[in-house]
Design a binder for this molecule. Structure first.
Ligand code: ACO
Ligand code: OAA
Length: 469
């Protein structure tokens, strides 16, 4: 896009950092304030030059088929290639992970670096990532009544329901909702959205750790109560681990990796798209993200990581530790025959092994080579793709991100499978809030695709069928 770069040379206008109330401008905000006008000018040029470009035909099957293959969204922060997997601001995971900054402790990237990249398009320096880490630690405060609400939840309420409940409650402190109600101009919306997004990301470890501590407490023990707080000397992920009660450096690193790689998968997946559509009505980031979490909690989407570990554990109980591949295959066939899916396998867009699976499998092979569940993950990889590919019905027989994550968490003592999707959700906040913030920066309108009834399909294409409904 040389013409765009050239245009930028002549039109570079640095927007002054905006102070909102008592909020001190921060480095990420300053960088975004410089980037936003240039990017908006790029987009104006793109729309002028290519606005009438055709993105493809839509068939009736596509409309009945979950809109698979329809390109109908702009999502600035990531793009999914069916063969190569996710690219985050054009970087593939294997290329990006070694380049993202490490913190003061640990050897895995800080998720803060990923957030910076998603928002700015630039890999941050270590200082920038540490600055963002400190800023998140400062913003990490949850209103006491929301802590009380969580403490009132029955232990048996699914952790994802508790997460959605708490995030909705945090809407009470939305700066965007307040600013919108006061009638601020449209081109300043994103500034308030930015504030809410950072506040929400900062609050999530506190909320999620409280949920973990509450659902894992001993029978009869009191809930967490007041006093859970972030340590400003720790990074976002380190704080999360510590507040959950995990103390090991290796767990911290595993969590950093988990939170970094689960962040985003372009705009059309259920969680990102939900956030996008809810936010397009100018619902604030809290309401949009809570809705997004409800989508992530579905078993065909994020909950598959819970389902996947349960599947592996149950298979181990039935087959023991020395099962042959033939036994694993017979087990898998029986599950498919009973009409259930094999969790962790298949994908709506990917057509090859998910690089996020590979990355977690490599971590596991290095850090927990003798874990008996890891052996089963390997056997499933040898068996399932071949079985699923038979008959040609399943479009992608290869493993997705959820096929290996539970084994890692379980190995380090995080055994509560119904909590796994909360970790996914905390990570997903980085991506969906970045993508959604960029939608507000671009001023994208309320989303409203057209729908049809089956009678209308018949009317459009011919009278030979007449649905009796
Ligand atoms: C973070 C994520 O969201 S990654 C995905 C996590 N989800 C899972 O791992 C659950 C298991 N996988 C699945 O259910 C699917 O592969 C999905 C939901 C991920 C993708 O769904 P689709 O795009 O509809 O897949 P596809 O077009 O290949 O499906 C065709 C058929 O194969 C079946 N199929 C797809 N994957 C599997 C699987 N892992 N096991 C058994 N059957 C499967 C579908 O259920 C569908 O059957 P149907 O025609 O009888 O309804
Ligand atoms: O892309 C999808 O549809 C599902 C997925 O893997 C994700 O959201 O991480």
């Amino acid at each position: 896009m040389d013409h765009i770069a050239a245009h930028n040379q002549s039109s570079k206008v640095a927007m002054p950092p905006t102070k909102l109330g008592n909020t001190t401008p921060n480095t990420l905000h300053q960088r975004m304030s410089e980037i936003v006008p240039n990017r908006l000018s790029d987009i104006r040029i793109i729309r002028t030059k290519y606005g009438k470009g055709n993105l493809g035909n839509v068939t009736v099957d596509m409309a009945y088929g979950g809109m698979r293959g329809i390109v109908g969204l702009i999502w600035e922060v990531s793009l999914l290639d069916p063969e190569k997997g996710i690219t985050l601001r054009t970087h593939s995971l294997p290329e990006l992970l070694p380049r993202l900054p490490r913190g003061r402790r640990g050897s895995e990237p800080m998720p803060e670096g990923m957030l910076w990249l998603l928002l700015t398009g630039e890999v941050p320096t270590k200082e920038e990532a540490l600055g963002l880490s400190a800023e998140l630690a400062k913003r990490g405060v949850v209103e006491p009544w929301i802590e009380d609400v969580l403490d009132q939840c029955p232990k048996t309420l699914h952790p994802m329901t508790q997460l959605s409940y708490a995030v909705n409650a945090c809407q009470h402190s939305s700066k965007f909702a307040k600013a919108y109600a006061s009638g601020v101009p449209k081109d300043t919306y994103w500034q308030y959205y930015f504030e809410d997004c950072l506040d929400l990301i900062a609050k999530l470890p506190l909320i999620a750790a409280r949920i973990y501590r509450n659902v894992t407490r001993a029978e009869g023990a009191p809930p967490v109560g007041r006093g859970l707080s972030v340590d400003v000397s720790l990074d976002w992920s380190g704080n999360f681990a510590r507040m959950m009660g995990f103390e090991s450096d290796e767990f911290d690193d595993m969590l950093r990796l988990f939170l970094t790689i689960h962040c985003d998968h372009e705009g059309g997946n259920v969680s990102a798209h939900t956030c996008h559509v809810v936010s397009s009505a100018l619902a604030d980031p809290y309401l949009s993200f809570a809705a997004c979490m409800n989508g992530l909690a579905g078993p065909l989407h994020g909950l598959a990581n819970q389902e996947c570990l349960l599947f592996i554990v149950k298979m181990r109980e039935e087959l023991g530790d020395n099962a042959s591949n033939d036994q694993v295959e017979a087990y898998v066939r029986a599950i498919i025959k009973s009409g259930q899916v094999i969790p962790g396998y298949g994908h709506a867009v990917l057509r090859k092994t998910d690089p996020r699976y590979t990355c977690q499998k490599e971590w596991a092979e290095m850090h927990l080579p003798d874990d008996p569940l890891l052996k089963l993950v390997g056997q499933l990889f040898e068996v399932v793709p071949r079985v699923l590919a038979e008959g040609g019905k399943v479009k992608n027989p290869w493993p997705n991100v959820d096929a290996a994550s539970g084994v890692l968490l379980n190995h380090y003592g995080l055994k509560e499978t119904n909590y796994y999707t909360v970790l996914f959700g905390v990570s997903r906040a980085l991506g969906v809030l970045s993508g959604t913030l960029w939608a507000r920066i671009c001023g994208l309108p309320i989303e409203r695709p057209k729908s049809l009834t089956s009678e209308e399909v018949v009317r459009l294409f011919g009278p030979e069928v007449s649905p009796k409904m």
